[in-house]
Design a binder for this molecule. Sequence first.
Ligand SMILES: *[C@@H]1O[C@H](CO)[C@@H](O)[C@H](O)[C@H]1NC(C)=O
Ligand SMILES: *[C@@H]1O[C@H](CO)[C@@H](O)[C@H](O)[C@H]1NC(C)=O
Length: 232
Amino acid sequence: MPFRKEKSFEIVFMVLKNKFQVAVNGRHVLLYAHRISPEQIDTVGIYGKVNIHSIGFRFSSASALPHTLGDLQSMETSALGLTQINRENIQKPGKLQLSLPFEARLNASMGPGRTVVIKGEVNTNARSFNVDLVAGKTRDIALHLNPRLNVKAFVRNSFLQDAWGEEERNITCFPFSSGMYFEMIIYCDVREFKVAINGVHSLEYKHRFKDLSSIDTLSVDGDIRLLDVRSW
Ligand SMILES: *[C@@H]1O[C@H](CO)[C@@H](O)[C@H](O)[C@H]1NC(C)=O
Ligand SMILES: *[C@@H]1O[C@H](CO)[C@@H](O)[C@H](O)[C@H]1NC(C)=O
């Protein structure tokens, strides 16, 4: 129950193709499958014992990225700052989905100020998935993000010189949920990567792999539908 007497709140309704996704105070709360088509909805009603401070609308989700899911089919991954490597795998016509495992080369190598965005939808009954930033030459994994939904753990690690390091698992709030649409933003800073999910900061990861400019590959796999990736 995310609401408390006399406490302020922020509710965000994300309108997806087949459902609403609702977050309160930055935390995913629920999914609600459409019972009427969203195009018919033209009114907001708020009733009961509540004071409203503000209401707003946005035509893209939290990160304000300039396109909707519907545009995906017509886009080339190269225009997104990435070049897909396993290209034979890429498109099933008519499906808004990139096949997994997904691997793409970043247009420009990693460094402070660079951003990678991954949009996807967690499968129902998902166990886990991973998003990796890799140094293609040595196959070192500079950043391994591995949300495990079955145990609500968000594992972070690096695979350097043929060995996994120590896992980082501390998190204030596990940000994923079965069936949930997400936009993951990985921002590379001087000292660390910062990761946000649906516009809410989730964690930071201090650089263990220091040669940022040799990080040139993004790889994604696991129990999600991958909808879009881009980098700049
Ligand atoms: C990525 O590279 C391709 C091919 O070189 C280029 O057409 C595209 O504009 C680049 N995208 C970005 C975002 O730099
Ligand atoms: C995890 O712990 C480290 C060290 O105490 C801290 O710097 C970091 O902010 C914590 N991360 C999260 C997501 O809580």
